[in-house]
Design a protein around this ligand. Structure first.
Ligand code: FEO
Length: 385
């Protein structure tokens, strides 16, 4: 596949991956994108996951013809992109490796060598001239690791964006970009919003014609849409009106309460998306919790705490720095419910989080009193629209 006449795609599609990083489901697999710029000098941009060593080296070799690569550019050292650095440099013994100082330190940890005699160390603002093509390096720490640099190829207007603008799914998967890119972004990079905002400021100054990420599709149109989403996600801003509800249920009483609440909210014209944390995908629930303006959490008191999957869910939200959100709480229990106070305290130090004061208690099962409180909660979240 050609990105342009002189820039080729040499990435790999992983159709058999069940979970990326062992925790994010990948029903449509995963791509590990690698690119090649062919000019007076040839640069290969990033390697691929370890399992694709032979296939990738063959693909590169076929794309390169009877020439040899001059540079291997390493934008990011996470093993899904860096595992084949040594294999590549062993095969092409005259090839230099271009990367940041921090990345070379990481190479030493992975390969027991930092390839000292073959290093071209770059930092923010440095250029690598290949002939007609020139890569301009942009330091983008914490998007997603500290060593990350993106590069902008100025003659064709191509931003090699490392993990940014990536998504789950192999190249060419027919699925909405937004959902799988959101789940990827929130899960993988979500806690580093400030750094992503800095990148967006830098990117706004570049005449970008294509964005080539390390995962997923090449973006060559509608930049406003993608950048707007990245701005919302990294700025912890509202993407969707309405409420994300996440709940756990042990004997079905909380499920009944959530069904009633959902009905009430919908009747009031509120957009609602519900996740049963015992059945639905955790990473999707987390991503949607960030996307919606409001969040309602419903769980049972359990072992003097909250139900384990809600505990996992809320910790993920907090680790990813959830903020700018109104949160409603429904607690369950039979004799001494504590889940409400526990949840309230968990979120107390996060910026701009408002906990709705009407915490609904379901003592055993729903009754007249708890249904009235549920109605009040529904009204409180409906009025926001
Ligand atoms: Fe796709 Fe942070 O590596």
């Amino acid at each position: 596949m050609n990105i342009t006449d002189n820039i080729k795609y040499v990435g790999m599609s992983d159709n058999n991956l069940d979970y990326f990083e062992g925790q994010y489901k990948t029903p449509n697999g995963m791509s590990y994108n690698s690119y090649m710029i062919i000019d007076e000098k040839i640069a290969v941009l990033d390697t691929v996951d370890a399992r694709f060593k032979d296939e990738w080296l063959k693909k590169v070799s076929e794309a390169i013809g009877n020439r040899e690569p001059d540079y291997l550019v390493v934008h990011h050292m996470e093993p899904d992109h860096s595992s084949n650095i040594k294999n590549f440099l062993d095969k092409y013994s005259n090839c230099k490796v271009v990367s940041s100082f921090a990345a070379f330190a990481m190479m030493k940890n992975y390969f027991d060598t930092a390839f000292a005699d073959r290093q071209v160390a770059i930092k923010d603002g440095d250029k690598l001239c290949l002939g007609k093509h020139t890569l301009n390096f942009i330091a983008t720490p914490m998007v997603h690791w500290p060593e990350v640099h993106m590069s902008f190829e100025e003659s064709e207007g191509i931003l090699f964006s490392a993990d940014a603008f990536g998504k789950f799914g192999v190249m060419g998967t027919n699925e909405p970009w937004d959902d799988e890119a959101r789940r990827y972004y929130i899960g993988i990079v979500g806690m580093h919003g400030t750094f992503v905002q800095n990148v967006l400021k830098k990117a706004a100054t570049l005449p970008i014609k294509k964005i080539c990420p390390l995962h997923g599709e090449i973006i060559d149109k509608d930049f406003g849409h993608y950048i707007d989403l990245y701005d919302k996600w990294s700025g912890y801003k509202k993407e969707k009106d309405g409420v994300c509800i996440a709940y756990t249920t042990v004997y079905g009483h909380m499920k009944e309460a959530i069904e009633k609440l959902t009905e009430m909210l919908k009747k009031n014209g509120t957009n609602v998306e519900v996740f049963n944390l015992l059945r639905d995908d955790m990473s999707e629930a987390v991503a949607k919790a960030f996307a919606y303006e409001n969040l309602i959490l419903a769980t049972t008191t359990y072992n003097n705490g909250i139900f384990p999957l809600m505990n996992d869910f809320t910790h993920r939200l907090i680790e990813h720095k959830i903020q700018n959100k109104k949160i409603g709480i429904i607690e369950g229990g039979t004799w001494a419910p504590q889940a409400g106070n526990i949840l309230k305290n968990m979120f107390k130090d996060l910026p701009n989080i408002t906990i709705d004061e009407n915490i609904v208690t379901v003592l055993g099962s729903l009754n007249k009193d708890s249904e009235e409180k549920l109605e009040k909660l529904a009204k409180s979240f409906s009025n926001i629209l």
